[in-house]
Every structure is written in structure tokens, then in C-alpha cells.
Design a binder for this molecule. Structure first.
Ligand code: PLP
Length: 384
């Protein structure tokens, strides 16, 4: 037996993937499971994006690209930041990675020394604390509450700052809470970053999946202190293409490129050309996806509340957080009961630091949402 590294042995496997795996296992055994666990849009990648990929293959764009990405894509990203976010970046301040996940990974490795602290609002996407710890850092959670839509209290962030703090992670719209931070919150956090010399790492992956609120990029308020992360996965239904990007201070981007140059070299060349088409022109797709998500969100939130599983109305992303205390079990146990007895796959809040709640994704058909509500209603002997 080979001994594995301490680093890797301290990694937690993602509970989202664990539940999806258990649901798949049941499905393979012939059980009809409704999955509400997905972390990806259920829509197909838009046709014009696929066409751009076919064209890239035909044109022989199949070789290594520059580490930081093809200039055409970085220019497209700069134009997008200008147009959609009011941010001015030069192509040298932009780097393209294999998903937003790799951009985040590169950023934490470029930034953190052992013991350096990173503030992360909770409930959080599980990969943030795992990546921070893997990079040798210490994740520091700042809890937010369902009663006020999981809004972030800048005073709580301020209290969490120590001499070892290096960065603050923001994710708005948020996975798993759907929280969207408003201008006052963003301005206050930006002020803290400037005052204490911290980096804000803002993950804006869900910016286009937003309902009754407006997305604002915190880089507007602290451009020198912000690394903006985004990608093609959620906005253009391109999870499998693996294109993410980051923009920010040049020295940090250069360090991230150095890490990428010794690991993956560059993001997939064909996918980079597809991303050019996606980012340049997808407003019709985005608008239609948003309306479908909105309809599903309204249905699932009212349905879960009718079932006696209190669920706040999220302003963005495609997840809801249901309070499972009615099931009289821990959230882990509740997720197991819902999967085994109602045949609905949901993710326990445990790893998100959301005790007493499970996450349901509504990136699935309206029919599946009705089916899931019906089954959970049967489990609880109520109807939604
Ligand atoms: N950030 C958040 C908050 C996410 O939920 C996800 C995917 O689930 C990602 C980043 C990663 O996306 P990508 O597919 O670009 O790696």
C-alpha cells in the first residue's frame, strides 16, 4: 500500500457528488429517482456555441494555446466586463482556466502561505473551504441567516478579520443560498478590504441567474483589491466545456498563470473558441433560461413551504434551502429519508455549514419539480 499525502487525506469528498452517486446507484438498480441535487443547468448548450466549436475543430484550432488563454477570448472577456459589469480590464489582467474551479484553485495557491486566513460567508459552496485548506490556508466562516435572505453583515466580516487574514470570498448570487448582495453590503466589504489590505475573491458564476435583484460587481468599488471569477458553465449551460476565467491585479494574474503553466498548461482550445461565441452573443438564451428558472423557483418555494418545510425565496442561482426540522432528524438523516422513502435526491446542508437544512436544485424540468413535491408530500402526508 502506498501512503497518500497528508494533504490529500485531509480533503473531504464533496457531499453533492456523494448524493448524486447514491441517486445514480438507485437509478441503475431500476428505482425511479427525481434528482434535485444537480449543480448545473438542465438546458442544452446553445446551438451557435456548438457551431463555433465545430468550426474551430475544422479550422484546426486543436493545439496548445497560450497558458492564459487565446487573445480572442481574453479580448471578448474584457468587452463583456465593460458591457455587463462596468469594469475595465486589459487582456493581460485576464486569465482563462479549466472552469471557474481551476481559476479559484490557482488563486488560493497563488495567495496563501500556511496559516493564512480566508473569510468565507456561510452557508458556502463546499469547495471554498476545501481549496483554502488544500492550499495551506485556514477557512474562517462568517455565518449568515435565512431570516434575512442570508444577507452578509459587513460588521460580522469586520469582526472575523485578524492579522492573518488575506482574503474574503464573496459569491453573489450564492450557491447554495441564492443570496444576492446589494450595493451597501458590497461597498462596506470593499472598504474593509482596502482598509486592511485584503483581497476580495468574488465568484460571480451565477450573475445571469438572478430574479428580482440586480447583479453588481464588487470590483467597481475596490478594483485594486478584487479578483473577479466567472465562467461559461452556468450562464450558457456549458458545464462540460470547462471554461472559467479570472480578472484582477496583474501580479496575481501572473502568479496564477505560473501555476497553470506547470499544471494544466491551458484550457481546452476548442472550448475556448466556443466560449468566444457564448460570451459575445447569448442574451436571448440567458433571458429565456432566467424566465424558466424563475417559474420553477416560484413553484418549488411555495410547494416546500406548503409541505411545512420552511424555505426562503432566493434572489438568484438555482437552489433553495429547505428547513427539514419537520422530519425530526438531522439534515443528513433527512436527506437520506427523502432519498430512500420519497425517491427524491437532495443535498444535506452539512458540508455547506447549513445545519437543519437540505439544498434542492431546481435546474430540472417543471414536471420533475411537481413530481418531487408530490412524493415529498406523500412522505409527509400533506399536499403542496
Ligand atoms: N462557483 C460556484 C459557486 C459553483 O457553484 C460552481 C459550480 O458548481 C463553480 C464555481 C464552478 O464552476 P465551473 O464549472 O466553472 O468550474
Amino acid at each position: 500500500e502506498f501512503k497518500l499525502s497528508d494533504k490529500v487525506r485531509s480533503l473531504k469528498p464533496s457531499s453533492t457528488i456523494a448524493v448524486t452517486g447514491r441517486a445514480l446507484e438507485l437509478q441503475r438498480a431500476g428505482v425511479d429517482v427525481v434528482s434535485m441535487a444537480a449543480g448545473e443547468p438542465d438546458f442544452d448548450t446553445p446551438e451557435h456555441v456548438k457551431e463555433a466549436a465545430y468550426a474551430a475543430i475544422r479550422a484546426g484550432k486543436t493545439r496548445y494555446t497560450p497558458v492564459q488563454g487565446i487573445p480572442e477570448l481574453r479580448e471578448t472577456i474584457c468587452a463583456k466586463f465593460e458591457r455587463e459589469n462596468g469594469l475595465t480590464y486589459s487582456p493581460e489582467q485576464v486569465t482563462v482556466s479549466t472552469g471557474g474551479k481551476q481559476a479559484l484553485f490557482n488563486a488560493f495557491f497563488a495567495l496563501l502561505d500556511p496559516g493564512d486566513e480566508v473569510i468565507i460567508p456561510a452557508p458556502y459552496w463546499v469547495s471554498y473551504p476545501e481549496m483554502v485548506a488544500f492550499a495551506g490556508g485556514v477557512p474562517v466562516a462568517v455565518d449568515t441567516q435565512p431570516e434575512n435572505g442570508y444577507d452578509l453583515d459587513p460588521a460580522a466580516v469586520a469582526r472575523a478579520i485578524t492579522p492573518r487574514t488575506r482574503a474574503i470570498v464573496l459569491n453573489s448570487p450564492a450557491n447554495p443560498t441564492g443570496a444576492v448582495y446589494g450595493e451597501a453590503t458590497l461597498r462596506a466589504v470593499a472598504e474593509l478590504a482596502v482598509k486592511h489590505g485584503l483581497l476580495i475573491i468574488t465568484d460571480e458564476m451565477y450573475e445571469h441567474i438572478i430574479y428580482d435583484a440586480e447583479h453588481l460587481s464588487i470590483a467597481r468599488f475596490a478594483p485594486e483589491h478584487t479578483l473577479t471569477i466567472n465562467g461559461a458553465s452556468k450562464a450558457y449551460a456549458m458545464t462540460g466545456w470547462r471554461i472559467g476565467y479570472a480578472a484582477g491585479p496583474q501580479a496575481l494574474i501572473r502568479a496564477m498563470n505560473a501555476i497553470q503553466g506547470q499544471s494544466t498548461s491551458n484550457a481546452n482550445s476548442v472550448a475556448q473558441w466556443a466560449a468566444v461565441a457564448a460570451i459575445q452573443d447569448s442574451s436571448a438564451f440567458i433571458a429565456s433560461a432566467r424566465e424558466q428558472f424563475r417559474r420553477r423557483r416560484d413553484r418549488i418555494v411555495s410547494g416546500l413551504n406548503d409541505l411545512g418545510l420552511p424555505t426562503p425565496l432566493p434572489q438568484g442561482a438555482f437552489y433553495v434551502m429547505a428547513d427539514t426540522s419537520r422530519i425530526h432528524a438531522s439534515e443528513l438523516e433527512a436527506a437520506r429519508i427523502i432519498l430512500d422513502d420519497a425517491r427524491v435526491a437532495v443535498v444535506p446542508g452539512t458540508d455547506f455549514r447549513a445545519p437543519g437544512r437540505v439544498r434542492l436544485s431546481y435546474a430540472t424540468s417543471f414536471e420533475n419539480i411537481e413530481k418531487a413535491l408530490g412524493r415529498m408530500g406523500a412522505l409527509l402526508s400533506v399536499s403542496a
